[in-house]
Design a protein around this ligand. Structure first.
Ligand SMILES: NC(=O)C1=CN([C@@H]2O[C@H](COP(=O)(O)OP(=O)(O)OC[C@H]3O[C@@H](n4cnc5c(N)ncnc54)[C@H](OP(=O)(O)O)[C@@H]3O)[C@@H](O)[C@H]2O)[C@@H](O)CC1
Ligand SMILES: [K+]
Length: 500
């Protein structure tokens, strides 16, 4: 789902509810007098509306499961038929097995019903499938015959009701397998699985439908997963103040690699430019070998230990182009021991592969780690983090165990905090997957932390600003250097004018 990240306030609810939390909301809605029959009526009616908006009338096959997800399907089928669409309805179970609101809506269906048999229904003229088999109530992998049937129909567009059946809405990981949807229509609140890979990709386009459950009906437990949005961190961004001088705006130290030892100074230069663009007053590039001068960035060959001893330093970044080595690990631990804000990326992470506990014990202050999948797996192999779990669970476990904010990069970047909260970036341009892009992100987060912004706000804001710069740069031909140049105008949109 492409989202306009340049809009200051795109409007969507931030809370992502697990299937269990959604169930608790349903139960409370019922206690508050909302009738499931009516909620289902709204849900199914909206599914039919969305289908009619996207496609012209064509033969549609609606697959209805045994529970309330199936109930939504009965309503959608009825509405589409009322609108003149040729509709076939296939129920996974005999009608006598339906209960409650689903049974009540099934009773309103006045056309023939096919009950699933053997290998499943023939496709005939079908040009569109509505998958209302299982939603929040999925407890086990799809029945094999259903899975085989769905796998055979991938040439047809599929509309998923709530989630593609088989997808765990809580995690984004299929219980075995789930079909690829062209469109997923969900209700009341998005679920984590709509935004976390591979679920994010399996859902296709997303539509959220308000089925009129009041916002004050909330699950009893803490909502631990939210979508990223400027309203989470916007007030933490601040414009320069009249009395500011460069040191009050933060002094960030970046360790650049030795060019002759394979370290790439270019990566550190990208990070330093990004840190300065987001407002750090001063950025030093600390390098063991003389680099050509880079205007505005202080390039120094002083030892890293001296940089760590600088009391006015308000942030350190290690990793981009540093090389994987014991020397890099030692430099990380020296910076970590200062207790100043710390950002670790790339080689700084991989230098602790197989020894992550040493890093964990060395962290004395706020820290953001920005691994991609490969770096994450190398760093957390052999730790208590269960690498067989999905991205949400792994990021959450890693942040808790490490006691640091983890930005797990990818098409669904996750920002996990040690307290268990996870912020999910709703969208980012795929063009950001390019060399140097991660160095820019690390530099943005460093710059924000050096300004005094908390690790959690800096990480969430950084991921958003980086993605917004990517959007501004356009879909074609963007290179990492361009991102940095778009940061001023992006910041201008998000720093609240009321603060000036
Ligand atoms: N949010 C709201 O307010 C509203 C929610 N609404 C809708 O309700 C949906 C949730 O409904 P739900 O709780 O009835 O669960 P649902 O997904 O239909 O499945 C449960 C059934 O499936 C069965 N079953 C599970 N897995 C299976 C498998 N692999 N293979 C075979 N069977 C399997 C399971 O059997 P059991 O595990 O109990 O043996 C049970 O019989 C939600 O996604 C949304 O679409 C709307 O109506 C509007 C209001
Ligand atoms: K479904």
């Amino acid at each position: 789902m492409a989202l306009d990240l340049l809009t200051v306030a795109p409007d969507y609810p931030l809370d992502l509810l697990t299937p269990a939390q959604m169930g608790a909301v349903d139960a409370q809605a019922a206690l508050a007098g909302l009738v499931v029959f009516d909620l289902m009526d709204r849900a199914g009616t909206e599914v039919a509306e969305v289908v009619q908006t996207r496609w012209t009338p064509r033969p549609v096959l609606v697959l209805c499961g045994p529970g309330n997800n199936g109930g939504d399907g009965w309503v959608a089928a009825r509405r589409l038929r009322d609108a003149g669409w040729p509709v076939r309805l296939v129920s996974l179970v005999p009608l006598s097995a339906l209960t409650g609101a689903a049974a009540a809506h099934a009773a309103r269906w006045s056309a023939p019903v096919e009950v699933w048999e053997g290998a499943g229904p023939s496709l005939g003229e079908t040009a569109l499938i509505v998958d209302a088999l299982f939603g929040a109530g999925l407890t086990r992998p799809l029945p094999p015959a259903v899975r085989r049937w769905l796998a055979r129909t991938t040439a047809l567009p599929l509309v998923a009701v709530d989630v593609p059946s088989g997808l765990d809405g809580g995690t984004g990981v299929p219980l075995g397998w789930a079909p690829q949807a062209a469109l997923t229509v969900t209700f009341h609140r998005y679920k984590p699985g709509h935004f976390i890979m591979p679920g994010k990709s399996l859902c296709g386009d997303l539509h959220l439908i308000d089925i009129c459950i009041p916002a004050n009906i909330r699950p009893p437990d803490r909502i631990e997963t939210q979508l990223n949005h400027p309203r989470l961190w916007q007030t933490a961004l601040r414009p320069p103040r009249l009395a500011d001088h460069k040191f009050t705006r933060g002094w960030a130290m970046i360790r650049a690699g030795h060019p002759e030892s394979g370290g790439m100074a270019g990566a550190a230069i990208l990070s330093s430019r990004a840190a300065r663009r987001v407002g750090a007053g001063l950025v030093s590039l600390v390098t063991p070998a003389a680099l050509s001068d880079w205007p505005g960035t202080m390039v120094t060959t002083k030892p890293w230990a001296d940089a760590c001893a600088e009391k006015r330093a308000t942030g350190f970044l290690l990793g981009p182009g540093n090389g994987v080595s014991p020397a890099t690990a030692a430099a990380v631990l020296a910076a970590a021991a200062t207790g100043a804000p710390l950002v670790l990326d790339a080689d700084a992470l991989t230098s602790f592969a197989g020894d992550a506990d040493r890093l964990r014990r060395g962290l004395a202050g706020p820290c953001v780690l920005t691994p991609h999948e490969g770096e994450f797996a190398r760093l957390f192999a052999g730790t208590p983090v269960d690498l067989t779990q999905g991205r949400l669970s792994r990021a959450r476990q890693a942040a808790r165990w490490m006691g640091a904010t983890i930005v797990l990069k990818g098409p669904d970047t996750l920002i996990a905090h040690p307290d268990g909260r996870v912020i999910v970036q709703p969208w980012a341009p795929p063009a950001l997957a390019t060399a140097g892009s991660g160095d820019v992100l690390a530099g943005i987060i460093l710059g924000l932390m050096a300004l005094g912004i908390s690790a959690s706000d800096a990480a969430a804001a950084g991921v958003w600003l980086h993605a917004a710069a990517g959007q501004r740069a356009g879909a074609h031909g963007m290179i990492a250097e361009d991102l940095v140049d778009f940061l001023p105008e992006i910041l201008d949109k998000f720093i609240e004018k009321s603060l000036y």
